[in-house]
Design a protein around this ligand. Structure first.
Ligand SMILES: C[S@@+](CC[C@H](N)C(=O)[O-])C[C@H]1O[C@@H](n2cnc3c(N)ncnc32)[C@H](O)[C@@H]1O
Length: 426
């Protein structure tokens, strides 16, 4: 007679994967742990509802954009209605126990982030430990270290292999709101996520606080990843963080990323240089208007350029910047493209001219994050897009404010015609 093998303890688990695409998952809690869990769930397409009286800035931004639905109060019986899976991540053992008890009574699997033993569903570790920055620290008599990782402009697939490797090994991840949040889905269970978002005109963590946090976590022996949008050294304050760590004798590794200055125009079909057309490009911060006493930009030189001008953080000051470039010699009809939410599902491209930039931004209700590009390369892209629109002449060709959106089947303009971009033959 044979008998079935018996599990010896409640820690025995069956490793299975959950297909959560379009399925309701309830995350209870609005802090950094809930943020980390939500990122992982969104990365696999779950329909996430977050129950919490308050949210971290990054979760708040997700709720505002409709990425998650927010039930703005403490957990109440009935909140798990319709859920396939629940995550109790409040940091309060009593509330987490209440969530788990309701999940049990409804036969819904539940992860309690603070207790594997008390969870009916346990998230399995996927990463190995190959932490060469940590080894460097150990060689120098330290235990922790900081890795500054450029996450790329938004699409999680645009992080480098080294960046993803570092993330998967992190004890602590200090993350910006423009960093590709689905990447938090690859973290080790138990990794701490710190939301260091600086929302434009919204909540933000002071740079000094971020620097101190990196240093203190590394001093506590942690492998700390500072995950940023784009490249850490392009308007990313990466060097300030590196210097703070260096002053505290914390080893730092820098992992460059795809900057939005180049990557975002690229996915909209706009090359920042093109043989025979443009032999230069310049990247400018538009967060201060021309004439501002703290501005370090030589606007008269920029206005005289023939090449490509790429402006970051320049939505609010677009009209003033465009007028200054025109004043200093750039022709009014110079083509401009504004690309918002670049490399994400909501990417949108609006084409206009330097003269009409301010009104286009106002009339098209353009909001950050956006990169705008000035120069003949924009026209090149528009012509390429027009040529690939199944031969049909575009109604918006040459018109200011012409707009395209990116979708599952390539770019799509506002009237719904496919405008897949192909590389031009030169
Ligand atoms: C503080 S800067 C950081 C730039 C970042 N370090 C980089 O290399 O891309 C933030 C600005 O980058 C631009 N940006 C970042 N991600 C973007 C995206 N996905 N789409 C459009 N613009 C983006 C916007 O101009 C935004 O205001």
């Amino acid at each position: 007679m044979t008998t079935a093998p018996q599990a010896r303890s409640s820690t025995a688990v069956l490793p299975v994967g959950l297909r959560l695409l379009g399925r309701r998952v309830v995350v209870v809690g609005g802090g950094p742990t809930a943020h980390r869990e939500t990122a992982g769930l969104l990365a696999v397409g779950a329909d996430v509802a977050v129950v919490s009286p308050a949210l971290t800035p990054a979760l708040d931004a997700l709720a505002i954009s409709g990425g998650v639905s927010w039930i703005r109060r403490t957990f109440t019986e009935g909140d798990l209605d319709g859920a396939w899976y629940a995550v109790a991540a409040t940091g309060d053992a009593g509330v987490d126990a209440k969530v788990a008890a309701e999940a049990d009574s409804r036969h819904i699997f539940c992860t309690r982030t603070e207790s594997h033993e008390l969870s009916s569903a346990v998230v399995q570790a996927t990463a190995g430990r190959d932490r060469h920055c940590e080894e460097q620290g150990a060689a120098e008599g330290l235990t922790g270290c900081v890795v500054l990782v450029g996450g790329g402009p938004g699409d999680p697939g645009l992080i480098t292999v080294r960046g993803q490797q570092a993330l998967s090994q992190a004890d602590v991840v200090v993350v910006d709101h423009l960093a590709p949040w689905p990447l938090l889905g690859v973290l080790r269970p138990g990794a701490e996520v710190v939301d260091a978002s600086k929302l434009p005109r919204g909540r933000s963590m002071a740079q000094e606080e971020i620097n101190a946090l990196l240093v203190s976590r590394a001093r506590a022996g942690k492998y700390v990843v500072r995950l940023k949008g784009g490249d850490p050294f392009v308007f990313g304050r990466g060097m300030e963080e590196l210097l703070a760590c260096a002053a505290a004798e914390i080893p730092v590794e820098v992992v460059p990323g795809v900057t939005s200055a180049v990557g975002v125009p690229a996915v909209a079909g706009i090359p920042v240089t093109h043989r025979g057309l443009t032999h230069e490009f310049v990247v400018i911060s538009g967060h201060l208007p021309p004439g501002h006493p703290q501005s370090l930009v030589d606007w008269s030189s920029i206005g005289r350029l023939r090449g490509t001008v790429v402006v970051l953080m320049g939505v609010e000051n677009a009209a003033a910047i465009a007028a200054t470039l025109i004043d200093h010699g750039r022709p009014t009809a110079t083509p401009v493209a504004v690309v918002t939410d670049g490399t994400t599902a909501s990417q949108r491209t609006v084409r206009t001219t330097l003269e009409h930039l301010g009104t286009t931004i106002r009339d098209e209700h353009i909001r950050p994050p956006a990169v705008w590009v000035v120069g003949e390369v924009v026209q090149l892209a528009a012509e390429t897009v027009a040529r690939t629109s199944a031969g049909a002449p575009r109604a918006d060709e040459g018109r200011s404010g012409a707009s395209t959106r990116r979708g599952a089947g390539g770019d799509r303009d506002v009237e719904g015609r496919s405008v897949t971009v192909i590389v031009p033959q030169v």
